[in-house]
Design a protein around this ligand. Structure first.
Ligand SMILES: [Zn+2]
Length: 338
């Protein structure tokens, strides 16, 4: 989501005034932070009506050739090359369409797109259009994993609440996740969709064996979390991060609390968690926390489920902690051998 008063260059990329000493081949050199910058404005030119319609009217426009009737979305041609450059006219396009291919999902995005990930990126043919529009794709059911949106899936355009006149003002979700009224509504807003009730995997069917597995894994998990909490490297991975996590598994549930460098496990989960992790078999999550496979991979392969797409970043931090702990242990073993 876009923040108010956001700058073209976010503050975090702007270095402080200051200098440092770098030593090269035993010689000291003074290095100071400085800046060289250029800002520029870019016009959308003849595509302005398309972007203005997105921003101001929550409409999607296409261009229709007056000769052959072909409808192109987005309206990237003012004249049709198939009809001796006959002029096209802008027409409003329906906001429901069908994916023309199965979208790949980006889990590890570059810093520019990190706050959007995980997202699908694919091409939708909107009703009434003859060409496909590139869009980002999300789900309301929890984390976006393969299988939710495929070639042929019907999707609906959703508008960001805050729009600036970019194609990122819109994204798509499957129509099967929306009410008929939402599907029918033109200019459906992100804030009109329920993102807070994802479909949790069913873990109600519990055997006595499941309970025994849980008990054993839970005891191990408690000791791993304690180790992480006492490890400087792992603590650094969750500096200035705060999350109350409810972990559910066949056989029981508990809480993992992250609070600015501290990580604790408590028998009682939070009443209003930031998000939920479901690990059907608790040993799966334990494997991740003990650096036997990445939890992020377990999510992508649907062995572990999380309730909020954007919390993939927290899981990424848990993976880092597991790695930090494993590295510290390895380092101490090496040192003891010396
Ligand atoms: Zn034409």
């Amino acid at each position: 989501m876009r923040k108010h008063n956001e700058k073209v260059i976010p503050d975090i990329y702007i270095p402080d005034v200051g200098s440092e000493v770098e030593t090269v081949n035993g010689q000291k050199y003074l290095v100071a932070n400085d800046a060289m910058y250029t800002f520029y404005k870019r016009t959308k030119g003849e595509f302005s009506p398309f972007f203005l319609a997105l921003r101001d009217d929550k409409k999607v426009l296409g261009c229709k050739c007056r000769e052959c009737g072909l409808v192109r979305v987005p309206p990237f041609l003012t004249h049709c090359p198939d009809c001796n450059f006959a002029p096209t006219e802008l027409v409003e396009i329906d906001q429901v369409g069908v994916m023309n291919s199965t979208p790949p999902i980006t889990y590890f995005a570059s810093s520019l797109f990190a706050d959007m990930a995980p997202y699908g990126r694919g091409r939708v043919i909107l009703k009434g259009a003859d060409t496909a529009l590139s869009v980002n794709l999300y789900t309301t059911t929890g984390i976006l994993v393969p299988g939710i949106i495929e070639r042929g899936t019907e999707v609906k355009i959703v508008f960001r609440d805050e729009r600036i006149g970019e194609v990122s003002d819109i994204f798509c979700v499957p129509t099967s996740e929306l009410s008929p009224e939402q599907v029918a509504k033109k200019g459906l807003l992100e804030s009109e969709i329920d993102w807070e009730h994802p479909q949790e995997p069913d873990i109600s069917d519990v055997s006595s064996k499941d309970k025994a597995v849980f008990k054993k894994a839970f005891a191990k998990m408690r000791s791993v979390i304690n180790e992480m909490n006492g490890n400087a490297r792992a603590r650094k991975d969750i500096a200035s991060w705060k999350r109350d996590i409810l972990v559910k598994s066949r056989g029981g549930q508990f809480g993992i609390f992250i609070n600015d460098g501290n990580i604790t496990l408590e028998d009682r989960g939070p009443d209003s968690p930031d998000f939920v992790i479901v690990s059907q078999d608790l040993r799966t999550l334990l494997d991740g926390l003990t650096y036997r496979g990445a939890i992020t991979d377990m999510i992508i392969t649907k062995k572990i489920w999380i309730s909020k797409n954007k919390e993939f970043i927290t899981v990424f931090k848990l993976d880092r902690m597991a790695r930090s702990l494993a590295r510290s242990k390895r380092a101490s073993i090496m040192n003891s051998k010396v």
